[in-house]
Design a binder for this molecule. Structure first.
Ligand code: HMG
Ligand code: MG
Length: 306
């Protein structure tokens, strides 16, 4: 089979800039500015947006206003807001703030997991038993992340079998999808194929998303491998904003504009208006006070100027 022979008609974009994008910002971003960014993303047609994380404010000060952000974003038909949640306390906060989806997270490498949530992988999965079930019982949906799938900033290579076992545990507990994280953006295309081949022996493609940080410029190449193999959900951040505070050197996610530009160019539908998305990137840039690394964000959408 030739490369790009087998592409989907449509892709679901899961936008993470209000959470993954902003969590690494040292200067506190005003709550109303976060809400403005989320509204701009909604205007652009994004339908799945991770708006905040209900984690400890000591650990991630930028997310201290998650409750207010969740209360202030305007509910809209067809738009699903999600929030990161590490434990039962996070779930309680999410429920009180009216968020309908939570995302739980665990790393495929012990050291990153401990640095991130101060627990072993096994204890983290045990903690989620008290989170995922109650969330589902209250009518929420739950997504799961498996981080450091392509490599760990502390341990180097990571065995994808460990990630698969974690993913299976999360799906068994009731997550509807696991998003595989290249947390520090080290992945290359054949590695992506090997990881997905392993997963697809046991997990259906619709239950797998790719969450690729673009630290070394390989994210879009890895997306193409995913697309060809049947993945139809990709996590991105407008402008390429972001990074993980507990993964040194991690840059932002693949820029949403870069993904959408490439997908639309290949005739794949996203439901997103690229011009408005570019405007949302300008909002993101304005609220953090600097230019962002996304390629389309910097170059613009069209090559011809009139
Ligand atoms: P801990 O210190 O082991 O837990 O932290 P603790 O239970 O002893 O709590 C410590 C303090 O936090 C206490 O407050 C708790 O009340 C409070 P204190 O008594 O010191 O005043 N606390 C909370 N406060 C608000 N909301 C909560 C909550 N839980 C406890 N839910 C903990 C454990 C998990 C809380 C901590 O390690 C933490 O918050 N970690 C956050 C890590 C994080 O947000 N990392 C970045 C996101 S993950 C990521 O970016 C990767 C991803 O994008 C995928 C990829 O790229 O691969 C998802
Ligand atoms: Mg991330």
């Amino acid at each position: 089979m030739a490369l790009l022979d087998s592409l989907p008609d449509a892709v679901s974009v899961y936008e993470v800039s209000p959470r993954d994008g902003l969590q690494n910002e040292a200067a506190q971003v005003a709550t109303h500015a976060k809400v403005r960014l989320i509204e701009a993303l909604m205007d652009a047609g994004l339908r799945r947006i991770e708006i905040a994380s209900f984690v400890s404010a000591t650990w991630v000060p930028q997310m201290a206003d998650a409750d207010q952000v969740a209360r202030l974003v305007p509910p809209s038909d067809g738009v699903r807001f999600s929030a990161l949640c590490p434990n039962r306390r996070g779930l309680d906060r999410a429920q009180r703030a009216g968020v309908s989806e939570i995302a739980v997270f665990v790393s495929a490498s012990e050291t990153h997991n401990r640095k991130n949530v101060n627990k072993s992988i096994a204890r983290t999965l045990k903690t989620f038993e008290g989170v995922i079930g109650p969330a589902l019982d209250s009518g929420m949906t739950v997504r799961g992340y498996v981080s450091t799938m392509w490599g760990c900033p502390y341990e180097g290579e990571v065995d994808p079998q460990v990630g698969l076992q974690i993913a299976r545990a999360l799906l068994d507990q009731g997550c509807y999808q696991v998003s595989l994280g290249d947390t520090i953006g080290v992945g290359t295309p054949l590695q992506t194929r090997r990881i997905l081949e392993l997963f697809f022996r046991e997990v259906p493609a619709h239950a797998v998303a790719l969450h690729l940080h673009d630290t070394r410029g390989t994210a879009l190449a890895n997306v193409l491998v995913g697309l060809e193999m049947g993945v139809t959900t990709f996590d991105t951040s407008v402008g390429g904003l972001g990074g993980c505070p507990f993964a040194p050197g991690a840059a932002g996610n693949l820029a949403t504009e870069d993904l959408v530009y490439a997908l639309h160019g290949m005739g794949i539908d996203t439901g997103i208006n690229l011009d408005r998305l570019w405007q949302a990137g300008q909002v993101a840039s304005a609220i953090v006070g600097r230019d962002l690394p996304g390629k389309v964000h910097r170059a613009g959408i069209r090559a011809l100027s009139r």
